[in-house]
Write a new protein. Structure first.
Length: 186
């Protein structure tokens, strides 16, 4: 059986893993930026979740990054979910990986938030995530100059797992308020 699950910070990724992740991101998201774990960038500590088969072949991967956000002037430390990719689709690998990640997220007690293309929202719903429709555009990136920037994906839904901080309840109860983030949408 497949089902070899690994969690590692970027600094522990092998070159083979980094290359595979970069190739898949380029293919799936047309991503121009490269994962390049170095002590002075966020890839170094970012947590990578890898599902592999018995021959160490990566079947699916995703990332979680601890991120500061602000809602109604209150800061929250949350987990940002990003870059979920199943190398071979429709074989259950995405779901297996996400269920393992959910265990990690629940154990952390933190709220988890990701942004997703509407074509993928159904997948996350099936995996037990909550959805804020068009939540991507209600999340604003405040850059270091204090300027607000809207999402670079051109819209999408916000998916979440509730944490102990009540952030999701706050967002749902205050639909006119924006969620402020301090790095570009992930
Ligand atoms: C999204 C993705 C990770 C799903 O992984 P996958 O391994 O193909 O999906 P699974 O085989 O585990 O599917 C699990 C369930 O979700 C359903 N599902 C899969 N993709 C779906 C979609 N786009 N919409 C609705 N349901 C979907 C499957 O039918 C399956 O249902 P079942 O449990 O009732 O049989 C994969 O399609 C992918 O890599 N997409 C490209 C990258 C991407 O867009 N990532 C998301 C970034 S937000």
């Amino acid at each position: 059986m497949h089902d070899k699950f690994q969690i590692k910070p970027g600094k522990d990724l092998t070159k083979l893993e980094v290359d595979l992740i970069n190739k898949a991101r380029s293919l799936e998201f047309n991503s121009k930026s490269l994962i390049n774990p170095k002590p002075d960038n966020e890839d170094w500590e970012k947590k990578y979740f890898l599902l592999k088969d018995q021959n160490d072949k990566t079947l699916a991967f995703a990332m979680l990054l601890e991120i500061e956000v602000e809602f109604k002037r209150v800061r929250h430390s949350i987990l940002g979910l990003s870059n979920l990719i199943a190398i071979n689709k429709g074989k259950g690998y995405g779901k297996i990986l996400i269920f393992k990640m959910k265990k990690y997220i629940k154990k952390s007690g933190l709220t988890c938030i990701g942004f997703c293309n509407k074509k993928i929202t159904g997948f996350y719903k099936k995996c037990g995530f909550g959805v804020i429709v068009d939540g991507c555009s209600k999340t604003l990136y405040k850059d270091i100059k204090g300027n607000f920037q809207s999402d670079r994906f051109g819209g999408g839904d916000l998916i979440y797992i509730k944490g102990g901080d009540g952030l999701v309840r706050q967002i749902l109860d205050n639909p006119k308020e924006n969620l402020i983030i301090f790095r570009p949408h992930w």
